[in-house]
Design a protein around this ligand. Structure first.
Ligand SMILES: *Cc1c(COP(=O)(O)O)cnc(C)c1O
Length: 426
């Protein structure tokens, strides 16, 4: 994320001093930059379509399912990768046409298949079991489907996020792909696509290129054994963003050129026609478009120097869950050069609730405002009410305008859907 500091040393997003936003709405608080989302979308779309115009971006909405975020992407012309019936429902609510949604479930049950079918959304199947069950739920005659395959390439920022290779629970085995497509056709289905997704947070184009090659090889192998016309080949998501100051952003121009290069030469070589190329970025579109603002409550000099803030892993799980690095800025002291190393700790009652260890930061005092950067993806969407803390508000900024797009939860929201048996009520 581009850190902008004004002359007073205050951090600015969308032309607005974040200190003012924190004053008005309280902390912790997610602040989302609309223009950044639009720019991220356009950058990917424009670079890929320069090389291959049958191209679609399916936003992996699990990264951030806020309706406003999804509306912004819908306006840009984006499509959707949904991984649960709830995400299909959310996408429809955000105005995406059913045709623009691809459902890629995992360990899906019958009632979920039924629900997605009723919404008229294309189903990307992940196992033979799902295929057989779907055949009993819908009339397979000319019913369009797609399959997720395992391209035997995996990559990601953490072991939990690698979704290809022999340890992965996802996709159809490479060598089984032809018989699975054949079985689908025998059942009457009309397979129109093939999908893979190898992992998340990838800044090195190499595994992505290997996976592109692998997917096209598998598609060609399938096409050589069954009668199929691929309408699309979906390379999945996983495009990374730099979280640390040392990491370099993905060279998207070069990336697009290389991926479309492989795609074009292999589709031609194998006679696969000109299918749509899909990719499914989540993090890349929204990750660097938001910050989490949190206020310093307590400074404690015990065995270490702890800077205690009013957010915790209930607000932002990634550091505790994946040991992820998130850059932290002191939003009211951007010009202060007096640096010291501190631990930034959340307010949840667990030792693992740390946003940073030994982090060099400008000298911090109680009452300072911290901005945890790159928290647009897998941040609010993974937030919980753990420790009975209501989830925070979300704010949208755009050209001097500040809009609240999700209210902060109240204490009463902690009891949503709970039912106290009559005999225990007083
Ligand atoms: C999570 C996921 C993505 C997006 O991953 P990012 O790392 O956010 O780009 C894409 N496709 C599928 C099927 C996913 O599960």
């Amino acid at each position: 994320m581009n850190l902008k500091i004004n002359e007073n040393g205050n951090m600015v997003i969308g032309n607005i001093d974040v200190n003012e936003i924190a004053e008005e709405y309280g902390t912790p608080l997610y602040v989302i930059d609309e223009e950044r989302i639009r720019d991220n979308y356009k950058r990917v779309f424009n670079t890929f379509t320069k090389h291959y115009n049958k191209f679609r971006i399916l936003y992996a909405c699990k990264a951030n399912t806020n309706l406003t975020v999804m509306r912004i992407l819908e306006e840009e012309g984006c499509s959707i990768d949904a991984v649960s019936p709830g995400e299909v429902y959310t996408s429809l609510k955000a105005g995406f046409a059913p045709k623009k949604i691809l459902f890629t479930g995992n360990n899906v049950k019958d009632e979920e298949l039924k629900f997605v079918d009723e919404q008229d959304v294309l189903i990307n199947l992940d196992s033979i079991s799902q295929l057989e069950r779907l055949a009993k739920i819908v009339n397979p005659e000319n019913y369009k489907i797609s399959f997720r395959v395992n391209p035997m390439v995996g990559a990601g920022h953490h072991e939990h996020c690698i979704t290809g290779g022999v340890m992965s629970k996802f996709g159809i085995k490479e060598e089984e792909a032809p018989e699975v497509y054949k079985k689908a056709i025998d059942l009457g289905f009309k397979p129109v696509g093939m999908h893979s997704h190898i992992g998340s947070g990838i800044l090195d184009p190499k595994p992505f290129k290997l996976a592109t090659n692998a997917l096209l090889d598998i598609a060609a192998n399938v096409a050589s054994e069954v009668d199929i016309n691929f309408e699309f080949l979906d390379l999945g998501g996983g495009l990374g963003i730099p979280y640390t100051p040392e990491e370099k952003p993905l060279d998207i121009d070069k990336f697009a050129e290389e991926i479309t290069g492989i795609f074009k030469s292999k589709t031609k070589e194998y006679g696969l026609g000109t299918p749509y190329l899909y990719i499914e970025p989540g993090r890349y579109l929204v990750g660097d478009a938001a910050v989490l603002l949190t206020r310093v409550n307590t400074i404690k000099n015990s065995y270490r120097k702890f800077v205690g803030v009013d957010a915790g892993f209930n607000t932002l799980l990634r550091p505790a869950m994946y040991d992820s690095y998130h850059h932290i800025a002191v939003a009211n002291k951007g010009n202060n050069r007096e640096v010291e190393k501190v631990d930034v700790a959340g307010n949840v009652c667990e030792s693992g609730d740390l946003f940073a260890r030994d982090r060099p930061l400008p000298k911090i005092e109680e009452g300072d405002l911290l901005a945890i950067l790159n928290t647009g993806a897998y941040s609010f969407s993974m937030a919980s009410q753990y420790n009975s803390r209501p989830r925070p508000a979300e704010i949208l900024v755009k050209n001097n305008e500040v809009e609240i797009i999700r209210e902060k939860e109240t204490y009463d929201d902690l009891f949503n859907k709970q039912i106290l048996p009559k005999r225990l009520q007083n």
